[in-house]
Design a protein around this ligand. Sequence first.
Ligand code: ADP
Length: 257
Amino acid sequence: MDQNNESSSLAGVRHVILVLSGKGGVGKSTITAELALALRHAGKKVGILDVDLCGPSIPRMLSATRRDVHQCDSGWVPVYADAEKSLALMSVGFLLDDPDEAVVWRGPKKTAMIGQFVSDVAWGELDVLLVDTPPGTSDEHLAILENLKKLKVADGAVLVTTPQAVSTGDVRREATFCKKTGLRILGIVENMSGFVCPHCSECSNIFSKGGGEELAKLTGCPFLGCVPLDPQLSASLEQGKDFLKSFPDSATFSAIS
Ligand code: ADP
C-alpha cells in the first residue's frame, strides 16, 4: 500500500473502481448499483461513493433515501443499505435537507465536497469501492481523480454505453479522457442491449446492438458484456428493491453476475 494512503480514510479499501459514461441516462448508476449488489451477493464488502452531485440517484436505487450521515471520531459514517453493513453508501443526497433540493454549485464547491468525500468518510474495511460519476468529463471527474491519484488508490474505470453510435461516440471521448489522465480502463459494458419480449421471448434490438463491443475493439479495451433492457430491472430500481435477489432466474441476472 502507498505511504500516502496508510493514514487515509481509504486505507482499508482494497480496490477503487470508477464507473463512467459519456452521456446521462445510459444506465451508469444502474450498473454501479447492480455491480455493488452482485459483489455483495458474492460475499464482498462494498461501498459506493456517489459523486454525481447534481443528480444523485444511488440512495433511491438502493432504498436508502431520507437517511442521515452521522459523525464519528474518524469522520462521516457512511449510510448502510443492508443490516449486515456490507453495502456502504455516501452521497450528497444524504446531506441535503430536502432530497428534491437542486444542487446548484460552482466548480470550487463541488471540488471541495469531493475532497471531503475522499478524506472524511470512515469506510472501514471494504473489498471494493465503486465511484458513481456524473456523465461526461466535468469538475467532478477531475476532482475525484486528483484526490484518488494523490493516494494512488484508483484501480481503473468501467465505461458504460448504450449500443447506438450517439452514445459510443461519447464513450470514445471518455476513453480518451482516461488515457490523458492515466486512468486504466478495466472494460466497457453495453447496457440497454436488446429487449426480450416477456410474452414471445423474441429479442428486439431497440437501440441497435454491438456498439459496445465494437468500441472495445476500437479502443483496445476489454469488453465486459451486455445488459438487456429489462422492465423488471427498471421497476426494481424505482422501488429500491434488490433485483438480483428478486429475479435470480432472469437472463439479466446472468448478464450482471
Ligand atoms: P445514468 O446514471 O447513466 O444517468 P441511470 O442508471 O439513472 O442512468 O438509468 C436511467 C434510467 O434507465 C433509470 O430509470 C433506470 O432504471 C433505467 N435503466 C437503466 N438500465 C436499464 C436496463 N438495463 N433495463 C431497464 N431499465 C434500465
